[in-house]
Design a protein around this ligand. Structure first.
Ligand code: C2E
Ligand code: CA
Ligand code: CA
Ligand code: CA
Length: 279
């Protein structure tokens, strides 16, 4: 076999074939991931920027497969959306996270908010709202403690269906946030039409906020906009003290990022953020 550096074209075509193989392999493994108990949910703290108190967590899906190792969520969620597995997987995340949030809330003796990502495919599943309602009742979690995160993809795909579902969720008193705000084609009119509760400023505006004046101004403008529309704001990707200070100065409500805490399994989250507060 020739060395890769001697045969650049061969190398590239091999890589492409390898990518196709990987995708095919991923698709076949995703189907069994849930049944084989390879999926788990990690939790990342969401803090109040002013006093750094942990007010809740975002549930983030993890897949660990014996052959593939840890697979990037963006990658396998995309596949699960295509194969249709996302409804079942999404339901697993909802059940796990709602159950967990109830436990933490009881232990803390104060409200604890759990944020869960919802794929556009789930929004178009007519059973979604009823499933969420049942889970909240089953685990006795106050609907106001649940925040569903959607991206504008939800609104673009089938805006009529999205409007109905988001209204039904609001009728349950579940909160809804617009994730990755500022990265896509979000029309400002969406913000009013769908009556979101929270905006999550995409981390790309925070990352270079200390060095890039434009990103800094955009982050400021998003916070000001949210204020005007009576929405809460979460800054994502707060990785440094500088980022944190900037968000503090701007009176951003909540923050999330490696500076406050990375996503961790439930028992670690419990030990790091809940256990100490046990009464
Ligand atoms: P997202 O909803 O925007 O989630 C935030 C992502 O940013 C997470 O990546 C998180 O680990 C990462 N992150 C948090 N703090 C920082 C930071 O300070 N710096 C940097 N660079 N990154 C940070 P993760 O866990 O890899 O998830 C990627 C995406 O996969 C999520 O983006 C979300 O779109 C999707 N996803 C994850 N779990 C689920 C799920 O249960 N259902 C659905 N539908 N999508 C999910
Ligand atoms: Ca999210
Ligand atoms: Ca996000
Ligand atoms: Ca994202």
């Amino acid at each position: 076999v020739a060395k890769e550096q001697d045969q650049p074209f061969c190398f590239f075509s091999q890589q492409t074939q390898a990518e196709l193989d990987k995708r095919y392999q991923l698709e076949s493994y995703v189907v069994d991931a849930l049944r084989n108990e390879e999926l788990s949910v990690h939790y990342q703290p969401v803090v109040s920027v002013q006093n750094q108190q942990v007010i809740g967590a975002e549930a983030l899906l993890r897949w660990n497969n014996a052959q593939l190792g840890e697979v990037d969520p963006e990658q396998f969620i995309g596949i699960a959306e295509k194969t249709g597995q996302i409804n079942e997987i999404g339901n697993f995340v909802l059940r796990s996270a709602i159950q967990q949030a109830k436990q933490w809330q009881d232990r803390l003796g104060r409200p604890f908010r759990i944020a869960i990502n919802i794929s556009p495919i789930q929004i178009s599943d007519p059973r979604l709202v009823q499933q969420i309602d049942q889970l909240l009742r089953c685990y006795d979690l106050d609907p106001r403690s649940l925040e569903l995160e959607v991206t504008e993809g939800v609104l673009l795909q089938d805006s009529y269906q999205a409007e109905i579902v988001l209204r039904q969720l609001r009728d349950l008193h579940v909160r809804v946030s617009l994730d990755d705000f500022g990265t896509g084609y979000s029309s400002l009119s969406y913000l009013q039409k769908y009556a979101f509760d929270t905006l999550k400023i995409d981390r790309s505006f925070i990352t270079d906020s200390h060095s890039n004046a434009q990103d800094r101004e955009l982050a400021r403008a998003i916070i000001a906009l949210a204020r005007k529309l009576n929405l809460k704001v979460i800054a994502e990707g707060v990785e440094t003290e500088q980022h944190h200070r900037f968000m503090q100065q701007e009176n951003c409500d909540y923050g999330q990022g490696y500076w406050y805490g990375v996503p961790v399994p439930a028992d670690t989250f419990d030990a790091d953020y809940i256990g100490l507060s046990r009464t």
